[in-house]
Each structure stands twice: as structure tokens, then as C-alpha cells.
Write a protein that binds this ligand. Structure first.
Ligand SMILES: [Zn+2]
Length: 125
């Protein structure tokens, strides 16, 4: 086996390990907030509230795609659901990140396989 072939094979093995790690993470059975969970400041509307002349109250929002209606929706998150939604939102952010890494691995893998193919290519004269 040529040196560059050994290096390419090692690189492929490294990518496979990394892929397994990512897929393990992506398969985890934890609930996800598929969309964006964010905290915004909102005014409650009461003229006597301190927020009337200052920053609003922190409020958690959940932005997501409604599959049935095919449009983006925004829901206020109830106080008692905030910790759960924020955690699930953070999990989904990491899920998306892992998917992105998986795509980068796919790309790298293709490059390596193509380089290995070049080594085996018939040079036909
Ligand atoms: Zn207020």
C-alpha cells in the first residue's frame, strides 16, 4: 500500500469514527423544540406597570414551522414551560450543528474516496 493510500485510509477511519459519534448524538431520545426558542422583552400593556416607561418583561417565544398550515408560527411559552422549552431549544440547536458536521464529513469522505479512485485509475494509452 502506498504512503498516500495509507494516509487516506487512516483519514477515512477517522471520519467513520466521527460519523458514528455524531449519529449517536443525533439519535438520542430527548425531546426537541424544532424551531427557535428565544427570550424577548415585551410590554404587558398596563399603563401603570413599570414596563410602560422602561424595558418590557422577559418573555420566552417559540418560533416554528406549522407543518399543516405550511407557515411560520410564533407562540408565547407559558412560564411553567420555560425551562423545558429553553432546554429543548438548545438541544435542537446542537442537533442542527451535528447535522451540519455530518454533511462536512460526507463531503470530506467523497473527496478521499475520489482520491483513492484516482490511485486505482487505469492510465490507458
Ligand atoms: Zn408590564
Amino acid at each position: 500500500m502506498s504512503k498516500s493510500r495509507t494516509n487516506l485510509m487512516n483519514e477515512l477511519n477517522r471520519l467513520h469514527k466521527e460519523r458514528r459519534r455524531l449519529v449517536r448524538h443525533l439519535k438520542k431520545e430527548e425531546e426537541l423544540a424544532v424551531g427557535t426558542v428565544s427570550i424577548v422583552k415585551r410590554k404587558c400593556g398596563s399603563p401603570r406597570c413599570h414596563c410602560a416607561n422602561g424595558p418590557g418583561h422577559p418573555q420566552t417565544l417559540f418560533l416554528f414551522q406549522d407543518k399543516k398550515q405550511q407557515r411560520r408560527r410564533c407562540k408565547l411559552v407559558r412560564r411553567e414551560d420555560e425551562p423545558r422549552m429553553l432546554k429543548a431549544g438548545e438541544r435542537y440547536r446542537k442537533f442542527r450543528e451535528a447535522l451540519k458536521q455530518l454533511r462536512a464529513i460526507d463531503f470530506e469522505e467523497k473527496q478521499i474516496l475520489m482520491a483513492l479512485a484516482e490511485e486505482r485509475a487505469i492510465s490507458y494509452k
